[in-house]
Design a protein around this ligand. Structure first.
Ligand SMILES: NC(=O)c1ccc[n+]([C@@H]2O[C@H](COP(=O)([O-])OP(=O)(O)OC[C@H]3O[C@@H](n4cnc5c(N)ncnc54)[C@H](OP(=O)(O)O)[C@@H]3O)[C@@H](O)[C@H]2O)c1
Length: 238
């Protein structure tokens, strides 16, 4: 079922919903709120701390929760199919936002332990491919699949080699998905956050920051029909 160009979230049409993978993370949790404010119902997905979203008074935008094991892990995807079939009775799924992985400054690449490297490959790259393989087939034609990425994906950062290398590979993953997508099918989009997000205290002494609101606005823009393939948040104008 195609997503009509003129059907906006929160309008008079059917209620619209977006899945946020990584909803428990710093950026993902702020996106949940922003998408709710933009009129979307939100299906949250995370590995840990999902129980907080059960407080529907505190999170009125949350309409369902998906355990990450069935989306990005090895668990059977059956639970995803059941949950999304159930959701389809009340909402039209119009997109996925994948905000998986995070920042890290640690060893130089020459010294990164093998198990640490394998962990980054899984959490920052393979998890994205699994989420695509399990969620994209559930999206209607014309829906958007938006992937969050950071500046380390295009600018090498000393001490953050695993984040830089997986970020660069993630960019290429989205590019190939877009190329392989059938005309009129799922629209793969990348939102590259070029600076630290304000309020994230894990970013020690950042040169520049962007607001979580700016990231939210970029994601909502990326979900909309006709959006750019890559949206950069905080980029210096040429
Ligand atoms: N924070 C910033 O300042 C900043 C700046 C620029 C770009 N970004 C981008 O924003 C995105 C999210 O970053 P963040 O700072 O929000 O990271 P974060 O706070 O560390 O959160 C990461 C999220 O990913 C989830 N996750 C990790 N591995 C997973 C897996 N294998 N399967 C399923 N979920 C998994 C985590 O789930 P659990 O917590 O439940 O384990 C968590 O929800 C990244 O693409 C990052 O490059 C962030």
């Amino acid at each position: 079922m195609p997503v009509p160009d003129d059907d906006s979230a929160g309008g008079t049409g059917p209620l619209t919903a977006v899945v946020v993978v990584g909803a428990t993370g710093f950026v993902g949790s702020r996106l949940v709120r922003h998408l709710g404010d933009a009129g979307f119902g939100v299906v949250v997905c995370g590995r840990t701390r999902l129980e907080r979203f059960a407080d529907r008074a505190a999170y009125p935008e949350v309409i369902a929760a998906l355990d990450a094991g069935a989306v990005t892990g090895e668990a059977s995807p059956h639970a995803v199919a059941v949950a999304l079939d159930d959701l389809a009775r009340t909402h039209r799924l119009v997109g996925v936002v994948a905000s998986i992985g995070g920042w890290s400054i640690a060893d130089r690449l020459e010294e990164v332990p093998a198990d640490t490297w394998a962990g980054f490959l899984d959490s920052h790259l393979t998890s994205h491919l699994r989420a695509v393989q399990r969620l994209a087939p559930r999206l209607p034609d014309g829906a958007a699949y938006v992937v969050l990425n950071g500046a380390a994906s295009h600018t090498p950062m000393a001490g953050s080699g695993p984040v830089s290398v997986t970020g660069a590979a993630l960019h290429m993953l989205v590019e190939v998905l877009r190329l392989e997508s059938a005309p009129g099918g799922v629209r793969y989009r990348e939102v590259v956050v070029e600076h630290a997000v304000a309020g994230d205290e894990r970013n020690v002494d950042p040169d520049r920051e962007v607001s979580a609101r700016a990231v939210g606005e970029a994601v909502v823009a990326a979900l909309a029909p006709g959006s750019e393939a890559v949206v950069r948040v905080g980029a210096t104008p040429a």
